[in-house]
Design a protein. Structure first.
Length: 292
């Protein structure tokens, strides 16, 4: 089975590449043929270049890890964000339909407005608060409208050894020895990109074996849910770092993009359909610490 991995130099792209090269799970040592392209090799907004790669490589699956993920900058660069996250994904969906390829797309907890008192299920109505969330919702809708074979995984609070993420930011801030202020009234599910990569490969193996999947939108995020402040506490505790950590309220934290107060994802749909449960993020954090 041939995979086309887009956005291969991002956090999730690199985690997937690592998993494709050296699978953590023995049963995943079955090789997939893949072509991994980063932004400089293929800009997904360049529609003719994308169409050419599709026509030449004819992938069975597109795994789209390319995205505009700078949530605050997106408020100022809405057109760029929508071009990458929504318009280009709509084009990928059309090509997948044309070539009978499976589209594996990633979406976000930020499609929700955070006003619910419960964890969000796939049946809850999205109502994004910011441009990034709107662009990702638009992508979901165009994939659903265009493509017969798709899986959209909504994930949240990705962290890993790669790229820009909250985990790495906290470690950098700790080195500066200053007070670290972190929001304590927004709750979500940290998700280790490596765990997500393992699960993606499990889904692909199933697709390869069965020739189909239960297509649709699924929530896939780590557990347990915490506030950003609690996540920071866990990071510093795992690394045995003594820092001056202060909890702050989001109303006292000026940022261009509004963020949901509660973006906890209920992952029962994934468990019921695929027997894949939400990955615990603390063991992943501990294994990252062991690498330092
Ligand atoms: N990070 C999170 O906390 C989080 C939470 C929920 C959902 N998600 C979703 O999960 C997926 C993976 O996120 P991530 O954390 O891996 O993001 P990331 O680290 O920002 O990686 C995104 C990659 O996309 C590339 N890219 C941007 N514009 C492109 C374009 N026009 N053509 C081709 N590539 C382009 C970027 O290239 P450069 O390296 O050149 O910038 C980057 O390598 C995304 O769909 C994201 O929306 C992420």
């Amino acid at each position: 089975m041939k995979l086309l991995l887009l956005g291969a130099n991002g956090q999730l792209g690199l985690a997937l590449l690592q998993q494709l090269k050296q699978p953590r799970q023995l049963q995943q040592r079955q090789q997939f043929q893949y072509l991994a392209l980063n932004r400089s090799q293929l800009d997904i907004t360049d529609m003719s270049a994308v169409a050419t790669v599709m026509a030449q490589y004819r992938p069975d699956v597109i795994i789209n890890c390319a995205a505009y993920t700078a949530v605050d900058n997106a408020e100022l660069q809405a057109a760029t964000c929508i071009a990458v996250n929504a318009t280009a994904v709509g084009h990928l969906a059309k090509l997948c339909q044309q070539y009978n390829s499976l589209l594996l797309q990633f979406s976000t907890d930020y499609v929700f407005n955070g006003q619910s008192s419960k964890a969000y299920t796939e049946q809850d109505i999205p109502a994004p608060l910011n441009v990034y969330g709107q662009s990702k919702l638009q992508a979901e809708q165009s994939v659903q409208a265009t493509c017969s074979k798709y899986v959209i995984l909504r994930t949240s609070w990705l962290f890993s050894e790669f790229g820009h993420n909250f985990y790495r930011t906290m470690l950098k801030l700790a080195q500066r020895g200053q007070i670290i202020q972190v929001i304590n009234d927004q709750f979500g599910c940290p998700t280790y990109a490596g765990d997500l990569a393992v699960i993606v490969l499990q889904l692909l193996q199933r697709y390869q074996q069965q020739g189909s999947l239960a297509y649709g939108i699924y929530h896939l995020a780590g557990n347990p849910a915490v506030s950003w402040y609690q996540f920071a506490e866990a990071i510093f505790a795992a690394h045995q770092l003594k820092v001056n950590l202060q909890a702050v309220c989001s109303t006292n934290w000026a940022s261009p993009a509004l963020r949901p107060t509660n973006s906890v994802l209920n992952c029962d749909g994934m468990a019921n359909t695929f027997n894949i449960s939400s990955p615990a993020w603390r063991p992943a954090l501990d294994s990252l610490v062991a690498q330092f």
